[in-house]
Design a protein around this ligand. Structure first.
Ligand code: GDP
Length: 197
């Protein structure tokens, strides 16, 4: 492993609030990303030997070519494969409000939804996988997280995997606590400096 560098990655479909969550959790001012469809470049926040990476959002976006979309997915997959030794956890961000509808629509058409594909892919590695169920402020179904867990194929208790957040409102406390605890349990230093308090 290269010089003890440890990495936390954020993945997710475009527009789920991934960059909002990234800056709600971390002491970073994220530059507003370029319009999708131009460059593929992760947004990185590095503090000491700890690195947080906001990977490009994948999935269909209005105005973005399908071909470019495939390039983003390939980039993300290759990035994770290449850096898996230093990755200590992944946060897959989903839009809790839109998730079931999107997934069910794609499944009806015979596709494997990219968010489920990504969740399965992430779970093939040694690192821990968290799901941030974002935009919870728009959700009124108290059983929604159970349903999301079922769709993701999580067996048993999902409470240490799925964390509800409302990044826009800065409500990310439970996820932040879980991430800090996980990184702390691995003996990683500099955690206090990385997260917003
Ligand atoms: P990204 O493409 O996943 O990085 O998404 P952004 O962070 O750019 O957010 C996409 C849109 O969702 C923006 O209009 C955000 O203000 C909005 N958003 C992000 N988080 C939340 C949230 O928790 N609740 C609601 N209602 N909107 C959110």
């Amino acid at each position: 492993m290269e010089s003890g560098l440890k990495e936390v990655i954020f993945t997710g479909r475009s527009n789920v609030g991934k960059s909002t969550l990234f800056s709600a959790l971390l002491k970073v001012n994220v530059k507003k990303g370029k319009k999708p469809g131009t460059t593929i470049k992760p947004n990185v926040f590095k503090i000491g030997n700890l690195m947080f990476t906001d990977l490009p959002g994948f999935g269909y976006v209005k105005g973005v070519e399908r071909e470019f979309n495939e390039k983003i997915k390939d980039f993300v997959v290759h990035y994770i494969e290449k850096n898996s030794d230093r990755i200590v956890c992944a946060v897959e961000v989903i839009d809790a409000k839109a998730f079931l509808e999107i997934v069910e629509r794609l499944e009806r058409r015979g596709y494997i939804p990219v968010e489920i594909e990504m969740f399965d892919f992430l779970n093939e590695f040694e690192f821990r996988v968290f799901v941030a169920a974002n935009k919870m402020d728009k959700v009124d179904d108290s059983k929604l997280l159970d349903k999301i867990a079922e769709k993701l194929g999580i067996v048993g208790d999902w409470r240490n995997i799925i964390y509800p957040t409302s990044a826009k409102k800065g409500e990310v406390e439970n996820l932040k606590r879980a991430l800090k605890a996980h990184l702390g349990s691995l003996g990683i230093k500099g955690i206090g400096k990385a997260f917003r308090s």
